[in-house]
Design a protein around this ligand. Sequence first.
Ligand code: Z5A
Length: 206
Amino acid sequence: MDRGLFITFEGIDGCGKSTQIGLLTDWLEKRKADFVLVREPGGTPVGEKIRTILLDKENDGMSPVAELLLFEAARAQIVSERIRPALCEGRYVICDRFFDSTYAYQGVARNLGTDLVNGLNRMAAGGLEPDLTFFLDISVDESFKRRRSRAIEDDRIELLGRDFQNKVRGGYLEAAKASQRIKTVDASGTPEEIFNIIKGYITERE
Ligand code: Z5A
């Protein structure tokens, strides 16, 4: 392979991305693999400022189009500043959410249109696509159960409720059906069971 492997994690709120990313980075460290870990929105000084605006509950009057463009702006920055350079150096890049989030949240759940979102995703990512995407699939009931067990407050997007989460999940299922790159992983099992499946896909792809 002439560049590093680009791996993204996706799913509805509380699906266990952070938990799986923790297991993956532990595994990569044990193998002495060189990796970069980033998250969207954020991951750069500009992107972290955009993240604060996007998740701030006081910004409840933000228009859906403004929201979409802010996610894409943060993405353009992280791709050029962090992701592409790391891949060119042959490193793994692990990204907590990428453009499939925009497809599911803004394109489908916000109903802004998947063609529009796909076009903006291509522009912001400069044509770059992940090599492997793990869609950690849980039910909306399980998502709410897990979120209740956390000690942190919900952000602006987490406050949108069950109907919205159902639509987001539908968006992911639709995207996964259309793409070989997206691996749907039943994320209702234990963290170790889920990670074994993920490890299998990565080993197969390396
Ligand atoms: N967003 C968007 O709308 N459009 C976009 O283009 C992009 C993002 C890029 C970012 O929030 C928000 O931006 C997000 C989508 C939107 N909106 N929401 N909502 P974020 O990055 O702050 O939050 P998040 O991405 O939703 O992640 P999270 O809430 O931190 O959850 P997580 O990382 O997926 O899950 P976790 O922290 O690993 O696990 C959640 C809890 O479940 C925790 O207590 C764990 O201990 C527990 N857990 C984890 N795995 C298991 C298993 N297997 N069994 C039982 N319990 C488990």
